[in-house]
Structure formats: C-alpha cells, structure tokens
Ligand binder design. Structure first.
Ligand code: GFB
Length: 319
C-alpha cells in the first residue's frame, strides 16, 4: 500500500506511449538513468486510437510497464474549438491501452491526467478529494471528462482484476518539448514565443489573452518525469495523486517573468475578448510530499530553461 510498495524497473521493458510529446519525451530522458529497456512507437507504427493496432503492437512487444503520456492536448483555444477530438481521441487512447495492458498482463501502468479534472470553482489549493464535486470549466470540459474516465478505468481494472494501474494528475507544465504554436499551445510557450518575437522585431507591446488575472501553477517537465518514475517505483493504490509545486502565479506576473528572462523591456496589453478559463488552478501536493517527493526547479529557472530551449531551435521567433 502507498509508499511502502516498491516496483523495480531494472531489466524491464518500459513503454512510453506518447514519447514525442512534452511529457513523454521528458519521461524517456528520465528513464535513461534507469536500468530498463525503453520502448517507443511512432504514430505510423501504431495509431493509439485504433484498438487493433494497439493490441497487435502490445502483444508483439510485451511491455512490463507502461506510461500513458499520449493524448490530444493543447491550450485554452485548442480545447474550446476542438471538443470532439479532445474527447474522442483521449477516450480511445486510454481505453485501448488500459484494456490491452490488462489483457496481456502488464505489471504496472501509470496514466497521466490533468489538473483540469477538478471543478472550475474548486477550493484552492485543490486536493484529490475535489474530484466530481462541482461543474467543470467549460473551455476544457471535453478533455477533463476524458481524463476523468482514464482515472476511473485504472481504478476499475484495479478493483475488478487486481491490475496495478495508477494515475497521476500533473499541473500545467513548462519546459523543453512544449508545443510552440500560438493558436494551439498553452500559455507558457505562447508567452515565450510572443516576447521573443517582440524583442527581435523591436515591438513596444505584447498582447496577452484575457485579463491577466487568472492564476496558474507551473511544473518543470523534467521534475514531472522524475515524479512519475518515483510513483511508478513507490506507489501502488487506487487514489490518484496530484503532481505540482503547490504554488501559483498570475498570468500578468508570468508575462513579467518571461520579459525578465528574455531581457524584454516593452509592456503588455490585454485582449479581454479572449477567455480567461478557470480563475485559479493550484494543486494541493500534500499526498505527493508525504510519499517523499518534492519539485526541485524554481519557476524562474523553469522559464529560463524553456526560453533557452526555444531560442536555440532553428527558426525561433520567425514562425
Ligand atoms: O495554458 P492555457 O492555454 O490553458 O491558458 P489553461 C492559461 C491562461 O493563460 C488562460 C491565458 O487564462 C489564458 O487566457 N493566456 C494569456 C494565454 N495569453 C495567452 C496566450 O497567448 N496563449 C494561451 N494559450 N493562453 C489548459 C486546459 O487550461 O490547461 C488543458 O485547456 C489542460 O485542457 C491544461 O488541462 C493543463 O490553463 O486555462
């Protein structure tokens, strides 16, 4: 039960589903320091939305352990304009992988959810007990419903079949490998792109969506990967666990931090025709702390690393 359990990755075949994404690629980086064999599959090898392809691939490769970091993801605009993809893709992926993992006897599986599973007006910081206590945030309820179903699948397979399937709920992420797409991506990448471009082009202002008042928590993606490997090794129980830092910042403060990191001296304007989304999202991370894990990378260091990663890419600031 809980922290007392221990699962060894040594000598195991470990499948990171979604290895090209921000979280998945960080898990692959983190697994380099474990004595395991890392399995990955590109979308042309296996489309995770197709049950037959998932079954064939998993039956052939026989992973001992699985991280489900695959999914259709995006920021507030992507979530609110592509509801069918966010609901269908994520439901199909998690149902296919979790059911097949049970069928072939996967020893351990970790499903990644999201902090948007909690009610829009959940008391802050949000404890795991807040799940399904109120209406969801409308801009991302499609994604949230799919992620809640993923948690429930893990719990149901544990209850009915004794499968060692667990779930982690990460907060908003920052770091290398993010989706640097102004329309589809999240706020961290968008601010980095916008501020960098304004610096290059000598623009006096940068436009921020919404009021700047919403508060968000940001976890460095390599800290997330470390927490997930920690959970894979040391946690085995039905309740899911929040993964975050436990501290939040306003979007306005965040914009100022990115300006500092990028050496940008202009100002910010606010486009109030764009949605704010949830007024505040910050995790209570007491459970994770009590298991023995805390985040290491500060907010400024996280954004400085993400900024450096972005500007070192060819073509940064041009697209
Ligand atoms: O990161 P984000 O897109 O999603 O936006 P959520 C966070 C906040 O930043 C919102 C504001 O209040 C946005 O209005 N914002 C300001 C911007 N400027 C920008 C900008 O240029 N781009 C973007 N994207 N936002 C997501 C969910 O919610 O959080 C996902 O939609 C997922 O499903 C993820 O759960 C963790 O934090 O509001």
């Amino acid at each position: 039960m809980g922290a007392a359990t221990s699962y060894s990755l040594g000598g195991k075949r470990v499948w990171v589903a979604g290895h090209r994404g921000m979280a998945g690629s960080a898990i692959v980086r983190r697994l380099q320091s474990e004595a395991c064999e890392v399995l990955v599959a590109t979308r042309s090898e296996v489309d995770l939305r197709r049950q037959g392809e998932v079954e064939a691939w998993m039956e052939r490769t026989r992973p001992h352990a699985v991280f489900i970091a695959a999914g259709t993801v995006g920021g507030i605009f992507a979530n609110s304009t592509r509801p069918a993809e966010f609901l269908y893709d994520n439901l199909a992926i998690e149902a296919n992988v979790i059911h097949t993992a049970h069928k072939i006897g996967v020893e351990k599986l970790l499903f990644l959810g999201s902090s948007c599973i909690y009610p829009r007006l959940a008391p802050q910081p949000m404890t795991e007990e807040q799940l399904l206590t109120g209406p969801l945030e409308p801009t991302n309820e499609w994604y949230a419903i799919a992620k809640i179903a993923g948690i429930k699948l893990c719990q149901a397979y544990r209850r009915q079949y004794g499968a060692d399937f667990i779930s982690a709920m990460p907060t908003n992420l920052v770091g290398p490998g993010d989706n640097f797409d102004l329309q589809q991506g999240h706020v961290a990448a968008a601010l980095i792109m916008k501020v960098h471009r304004a610096g290059i082009e000598g623009l006096p202002t940068v436009e921020i969506w919404g009021s700047g008042a919403p508060r968000r928590e940001f976890l460095y993606v390599d800290d997330l990967a470390d927490a997930l490997v920690f959970m894979m090794k040391h946690y085995s129980d039905e309740p899911f666990i929040n993964i975050g830092t436990g501290t939040d910042t306003s979007i306005r403060e965040l914009a100022e931090l990115v300006a500092k990191v990028a050496g940008y001296r202009g100002s910010f304007t606010y486009d109030r025709t764009k949605p704010d989304g949830s007024p505040r999202k910050v995790m209570n991370v007491d459970k994770l702390r009590s298991l023995g894990w805390v985040a290491r990378t500060s907010l400024e260091e996280s954004f400085a690393n993400a900024y450096r990663w972005y500007v070192e890419r060819p073509g940064a600031g041009l697209a």
